[in-house]
Design a protein around this ligand. Sequence first.
Ligand code: GLY
Length: 423
Amino acid sequence: MTVSRRDFVKTSVLGAVAAGVGTRAQAEDAKPSAGPQEHVSQENQSQTGSHKRPIIICANNGYAYLDDAFAFLKSGGDTLDAALKVVKGPEDDPNDDTVGLGGIPNEEGVVELDACCMHGPTRCAGSVGGVRNIKNVSLVSKAVMEHTGHVMLVGEGAERFAVAVGFPRENLLTEHSRKVWLLWKEFHSNEDWWGPGLADPHWQAPDSGNGKPQAEVWQERIQNLRTRAADLGIEPELQMDAVRKVLFPPTGTIHCSALNDKGEISGCTTTSGLSFKLPGRVGDSPIIGAGCYTDQDVGSAGATGSGEENIKVAGAHTIVENMRHGMSPQEAGMDALKRIVRNYNGDMNKLRFLDMTYYVLRKDGAYAGVSLWEGYSKERPHKIAVHDGSRRAEVTVSLFKGYSQDFPPAPNVPEEVKKEFMK
Ligand code: GLY
């Protein structure tokens, strides 16, 4: 019997899921995976009790901010304040286009931010969704927790609340994000009234390749986008990055959990959400139990990735409950990933357009970073950043071998073109 590559993928992944085993499914091809071994040793370390406290874990875009936060935590600082110190870094950074200032905007060119936090020791929580014009929404979520009798505020009300308690209103759309958004509008302009229009000498009917191979059509399309990016004033070194964001819109976010030497634990998550989303779309990040969940008795978990999928499995809450019932951080995270797989009946034709990373910290200092896929490419694997006295970034353990494709998918991008992009 001949088994096609796709059949093999389907069979092996579903087999692993059906069996409920914590092993990584062999997808894409039959090569044995060399990757998991390093993670297995991380898990073993956790299981044998050599884990440390205090400790902070976060998505890798928080790496640069871990030293300060760890020093603060070690000197007796509150666990939630330590976690907020980490995520405030990317929120303030105009060059991190996944959160706060400079976040890639919605389809109307407006930055809308989501965030939440949970403070383990007091068992309090706060959250904001769809907030415009306020950069540090993670701190606004803490203000909701401390200064209201509510847990969640959204939209205009959340913005007005933030201003009332002292947060400055500011324009969150940087010049670079604005130009990336314009380029995205122009990329879709064959289907709308944004330029280039029919009168433009470079205009081509949608999908007209004049019989050329797809790879060639795409190289031309990318070159045209690059020329457009130059016309819009995007600096040469940022042009390919802008084109990549247009073709494969990113879902960036940062989660952070912090645990002190007394065993107090807190977590927070903040994001600008899905690039070019519909105005008003709220993802998983501000949903207590999806983008973040902390239980002082058990541990803390948070997520980055496909928000809609994570909401449906209440990912962070599922993971914390799994740990409560005895699973290790890695097993608990893998189980949540398998629930996402189950929601699509293991259909790899759909699952390849999703991705999810969970950051898991147990109350005793054991931790894990787990992902649905290995990352964006071989060169850009998913990582969890950790500080427990030494700061490091570790590749996450993935359920599937291979790399996800972003959603919505740019149609028919040949693999060789995509690979070139994702380096
Ligand atoms: N996980 C971020 C979002 O989907 O908004």
